[in-house]
Design a protein around this ligand. Structure first.
Ligand SMILES: [Zn+2]
Length: 225
């Protein structure tokens, strides 16, 4: 009995330590927070419209860049508007399937470009395809000091671009289920209909009483390092 209680205490300790270290985040810390995130951008025309939309609602969001996006980003605009930039890997490879050297190259490519442009390094990383394992967590955390960011609403906009209602169904299902008190939502500013879906999502979540936050506010880490 004592032995099993000791084991249980050990398990609880491990669980609480791993959640405190926050290496993989699916949701925010505080209730009523809502982090709207966009992957794979920027898109040549849609991203500017998304940024206009966010400005019109006076809200902030988080953008995970790949190599192409990192090259083409209008950094000044993101910074002036208070949005956050994260690392999504240089060439959008599934990092479970590549070598450690390739992982380092994927991560440092985007980071170096961001650092060379605005003089700061990201604190957050989203693995392409949401694919991660212990090796990737270790490299991202220990070598890059990144928090690994997942989501608890997947709009599926990559599967049905332009279908605002299908994307919103994911919001309705998540919020109605009351499984979570806060949300990190996955969007892609490069997918068709990105602006309409973002507008519908903001309207709905604000109407439900959620506060839009950057991922850094959502998980309580600095925006950059
Ligand atoms: Zn992606």
């Amino acid at each position: 009995m004592v032995k099993s209680q000791g084991f249980l205490a050990f398990i609880i300790l491990v669980l609480s330590v791993s959640s405190i270290s926050g290496q993989v985040w699916y949701n925010c810390i505080l209730p009523n927070q809502y982090a709207l995130t966009f992957d794979d951008g920027p898109h040549p025309s849609q991203t500017a419209q998304v940024l206009d939309l966010l400005l019109s609602y006076n809200v902030t969001a988080t953008f995970f860049f790949i190599g192409v996006g990192a090259w083409e980003a209008d950094y000044e605009r993101y910074q002036q508007s208070g949005h956050q930039i994260g690392n999504h890997g240089w060439s959008h490879l599934d990092m479970r399937d590549i070598t450690e050297a390739e992982i380092r190259s994927e991560l440092s490519g985007v980071e170096t470009l961001i650092y060379g442009t605005i003089g700061v390094r990201p604190t957050i990383f989203r693995p392409p395809f949401g694919g991660y394992n212990d090796r990737l967590i270790r490299i991202a955390k220990d070598e890059f000091n990144y928090e690994l960011i997942m989501w608890n609403i997947d709009t599926g906009d990559w599967a049905h671009p332009g279908d605002t209602e299908a994307g919103m169904e994911e919001y309705y299902a998540a919020v109605n289920s009351s499984l979570h008190q806060n949300y990190i939502a996955l969007h892609h500013d490069v997918q068709g209909g990105a602006v309409n879906l973002a507008a519908a999502a903001i309207e709905f979540m604000v109407g439900q009483g959620f506060d839009l936050v950057t991922v850094s506010e959502c998980i309580g880490v600095p925006m950059y390092q």
